[in-house]
Design a protein around this ligand. Structure first.
Ligand SMILES: Cc1cc2nc3c(=O)[nH]c(=O)nc-3n(C[C@H](O)[C@H](O)[C@H](O)COP(=O)(O)OP(=O)(O)OC[C@H]3O[C@@H](n4cnc5c(N)ncnc54)[C@H](O)[C@@H]3O)c2cc1C
Length: 357
C-alpha cells in the first residue's frame, strides 16, 4: 500500500485510475486497510517480501509439474511481460526498484528504450519513455482452459467434484466434518476452506475473525486488428493489456466497494480511453465486463494451515492478486501439511494463527 502523501492524495481525490473507492463503503474496509497500512511500513514490508519470495519463486515450476501431468504445456508462454512508463522520473524509479529486486531476489528484467518497446510490439502507437521487460513470468492466454485441464487431471487421478453450499459446513462428533451437497450429506476427517473472498464470512461463523481487503477488478476483451505479443502494463494508469485467446484483454486495478454491489466499471472505461493512445483496441468482444474480487490479507500473504481450535479444518485463501499463479505451490504445501509431512516451503509466515491468536 502506498504510504507517500502525494500518492495517497491522488487516490483520495480520485486523480488516479489505479484505485477507486465508494466513500460510503469505506467504513467496512477501514480495519483491514489500517492493518494493510501498518504492514506496508518499510521494515515490515521487507520481512513480508522475504516470505512472499519463498512461494512466488516456485510458482512456474509447480505449474509446469501440473501442466506436464495434464498434457497442456502449450497453454503457457515463457516470455514474461512488459511495463510501459510515461515519464522519465517514473521509469528511473521503476528501474531502481527492479535492480534492487534483481540483486536481492534474482528477479530477472531487461530495461527497454522507447524504440525497443516499439520494435518488440509493432501494434504500439506510442512507446512512452520506454519501460522494462520482466523476464521470468509465464503469460497464460486461456486461464480457464488451464484450470479445466487441472480439474480433468484431478478426476483422472481418482478425484470427484460434488456441488453444495459451504455455509452448511458443521463439525460432527463422528468423523470430523459434514457438509450438505447435491448428492446428500458428505463427511470427512478434514475440510479445506478455499472460498477466496467468501472465506472470511464462513470462518466468522466458527468464531475466527480474518481481516480481508476485498479488491474488486474488471476485465473486458477487444478485437484489436493487431494485438500485442506479450502482456503490457500502462504503469501510470494502473491497468494491463494482455493478448488472450478471446481477444486483447484490459484488466483494471483495485476497487473498494460493498461485497455484493452492482458493477461500476469506471476504471475500465477510463482504461479503455487511455489505451487508445497506445493501440487500436477495436470493438469490444463482450457487452458487459467480467468482475471478480481479489482476496487480499492485510499482510499480503495467503493463509495456509489448520486453525487452532478446530481439528481438521484447514485454511487455503487470501492469495490476493496472484491466486491463479500461486495455487499449485500453496496447494502442494497444504497437501503436505495435511499428510503430516514437512511442507516443501516453510509454512510459518502463512499460518492462520497470525490473525486468530
Ligand atoms: C481483475 C482480476 C485480475 C486478476 N488477475 C490475476 C492474474 O493475472 N494472476 C493471478 O495469479 N491472479 C489474478 N487474480 C487473482 C485471482 O483471481 C485470485 O487470487 C484467485 O481467484 C483466488 O482463488 P481462490 O480459489 O482462493 O478463490 P476464488 O477463485 O474466488 O474461488 C472461490 C470459489 O468459492 C465459491 N463459493 C463462494 N461461496 C460459496 C459457498 N457458500 N458454497 C460453495 N462455494 C462457494 C465461489 O463461487 C468461487 O468459485 C485476479 C483477480 C481479479 C479480480
Amino acid at each position: 500500500m502506498p504510504r507517500d502523501m502525494a500518492t495517497l492524495f491522488a487516490i483520495a481525490t480520485g486523480q488516479t485510475n489505479i484505485l477507486r473507492y465508494d466513500l460510503f463503503a469505506l467504513p467496512q474496509h477501514l480495519r483491514p486497510l489500517l492493518s494493510y497500512w501498518w504492514h506496508s511500513a518499510p521494515q515490515r514490508h521487507r520481512k513480508i517480501t522475504e516470505a512472499y519470495a519463498t512461494i512466488i519463486r516456485t510458482a512456474t515450476a509447480e505449474h509446469q509439474v501440473l501442466m506436464q501431468a495434464a498434457g497442456v504445456t502449450n497453454l503457457a508462454k515463457h516470455d514474461g511481460f512488459r511495463v510501459l512508463h510515461r515519464t522519465d522520473a517514473a521509469l528511473a524509479a521503476a528501474l531502481k526498484s527492479a535492480e534492487h529486486l534483481k540483486e536481492a531476489y534474482g528477479v530477472a528484467y531487461k530495461a527497454m528504450t522507447q524504440q525497443e518497446l516499439l520494435a518488440a510490439e509493432p501494434a504500439l502507437k506510442f512507446g512512452g519513455v520506454g519501460g522494462l521487460h520482466w523476464l521470468d513470468p509465464w503469460p497464460v492466454s486461456d486461464p480457464g482452459a488451464l484450470v479445466q485441464a487441472y480439474a480433468d487431471l484431478f478426476i483422472r487421478s481418482g478425484g470427484t467434484f460434488v456441488s453444495g453450499d459451504a455455509a452448511s459446513l458443521q463439525q460432527t462428533s463422528g468423523r470430523g466434518w459434514r457438509v450438505a451437497t447435491d448428492n446428500g450429506p458428505m463427511e470427512a476427517e478434514h475440510a479445506v476452506v478455499a472460498l477466496g473472498p467468501w472465506s472470511e464470512r464462513l470462518m466468522r461463523g466458527f468464531g475466527y475473525d480474518f481481516p480481508m481487503v476485498r479488491k474488486r477488478g474488471y476485465h473486458k476483451h477487444y478485437r484489436a486488428p493487431v494485438t500485442f505479443n506479450l502482456p503490457l502494463m500502462d504503469a501510470a494508469n494502473g491497468y494491463l493489456m494482455a493478448p488472450m485467446s478471446r481477444g486483447l484483454r484490459i484488466t483494471t486495478g483495485a476497487e473498494l466497494t460493498y461485497h455484493d454491489a452492482p458493477a461500476t466499471p469506471q476504471q475500465l472505461e477510463r482504461a479503455q480511453e487511455l489505451a487508445g493512445d497506445l493501440i487500436e483496441l477495436g470493438a469490444p468482444v463482450e457487452n458487459a465486463p467480467w468482475l471478480g474480487t481479489r482476496p487480499c490479507m492485510p499482510d499480503m500473504l495467503p493463509v495456509i494451515g489448520e486453525v487452532a481450535r478446530h481439528k481438521g479444518l484447514w485454511m487455503h485463501f487470501g492469495h490476493g492478486h496472484q491466486g491463479f499463479t500461486l495455487g499449485p505451490t500453496t496447494g502442494r504445501m497444504l497437501a503436505e501439511m495435511m499428510d503430516g509431512e514437512t511442507p516443501f516451503i516453510p509454512a510459518a509466515p502463512f499460518r492462520p494463527e497470525r490473525w486468530t491468536r
